[in-house]
Design a protein around this ligand. Structure first.
Ligand SMILES: [Zn+2]
Length: 352
């Protein structure tokens, strides 16, 4: 759950990839494996569904929370430049290694009442929240991609690969959800998006669209590739315009890579909605934060402490610049991507 302890200096990307590669096939295997292990399954039409809806939802929630638990490792370790695979998690205060029974998503946090079992140091509720979000997305994406196939034994009994393909799409979109959650927390706290997160996510996004489109006609490999390119190009263009107009960087290259990831998973058609929704909600949040500070004179959750503002804007920058809210754009892009993911791109098109 919590950990600290630097790792050896392997290139960070190389360190992150094996962990992702190991987690994804396991997830892709999980749902169909259970479904196929159920007795019967051959009667066209007559066979009962292999899983009750409640059991299927529980299964998707458990796998979603477990994948999000890996997201917690990314959130904690990537900004510190630590390996995401080794060493095992330990308490940052007392160094106690976390045994598996204290590392169960959500349940362990509740059982331990949010404290380390060794030294009683408080554990951030972020861990449980991230896992809860993973569980919720696990169920939501399961309902969209897996249930429709699972509930029709006549469809998949003669062709079991259909279940595997549905579970593959689920795992692919879950890796997207976990990447978005991780970017949100890292960017909010550290004001940057690690390449070790966005580059593997970009690869998984394009790779998944190409391999899964063979079985899932809703996916478009070219749409994914175009989304990755357009996402990057859009932010770079906005950056250049911002520099010309205001003489400062409005968005970083981290945002460009993030929008490329979003385009790779959602397709290029989703990008105008993601940018627009992200910008609107970002402006609203910034406005609310500035208003709060104006009215109360107190700093708020979105402004940074003085010394961090110095580090961020440079000490010589004019008072006005330092007083401005340092609000990262990445989390709002993630929020917008989640919104599009939740309602589906088709709905966005019919609105727009
Ligand atoms: Zn401890």
């Amino acid at each position: 759950m919590c950990d600290a302890r630097p790792a050896r200096a392997l290139p960070a990307l190389a360190r992150a990839l094996p962990a992702l590669a190991r987690a994804l096939p396991a997830l892709a295997l999980a749902l169909p494996a259970l479904a196929l292990a159920a007795p019967d399954g051959e009667g066209a039409g007559g066979a009962p569904p292999p899983l009750s809806p409640a059991l299927a939802a529980l299964f998707a929630a458990v796998w979603g929370a477990s994948l999000a638990s890996f997201g917690n490792v990314l959130i904690h370790r990537l900004p510190l430049g630590m390996s995401v695979v080794a060493p095992r998690s330990s308490c940052p205060r007392c160094g106690r290694l976390i045994p598996w029974r204290e590392n169960l998503p959500i349940l362990s946090y509740l059982a331990l009442r949010g404290r380390c079992a060794g030294c009683r140091a408080p554990i951030s509720p972020r861990y449980a929240l991230v896992e809860l979000a993973g569980a919720a997305w696990g169920v939501a994406l399961g309902a969209r991609w897996v249930w429709p196939v699972l509930s029709e034994p006549a469809l998949w009994a003669p062709e079991p690969w259909r279940l595997w393909a549905a579970a593959g799409v689920w795992a692919w979109q879950m890796s997207f959800a976990v990447a978005l959650i991780a970017v949100t927390f890292i960017d909010l706290e550290h004001l940057f998006i690690p390449d070790e997160l966005s580059l593997p996510a970009l690869l998984i996004g394009v790779w998944g669209a190409f391999t899964l489109a063979e079985w899932e006609p809703a996916l478009s490999p070219l749409g994914s590739l175009a989304g990755a390119a357009l996402g990057y190009a859009l932010v770079v263009t906005l950056r250049v315009i911002g520099e010309l107009l205001y003489g400062r960087e409005a968005m970083g290259l981290g945002d460009a890579k993030l929008l490329a990831v979003i385009g790779a998973f959602l397709g290029w058609e989703a990008l105008p909605f993601v940018l627009l929704l992200g910008a609107l909600q970002g402006l609203l949040a910034a406005g609310a934060a500035l208003l709060y500070t104006r009215l109360t004179g107190r700093p708020n959750a979105l402004t940074l402490p003085e010394e961090e503002l110095d580090a961020y804007f440079g000490e010589e920058s004019p008072e006005g610049a330092r007083g401005r809210v340092a609000l990262p754009f990445g989390p709002f892009l993630c929020l917008a991507a989640f919104e599009v993911l939740a309602v589906g791109e088709e709905v966005m098109w019919s609105l727009g």
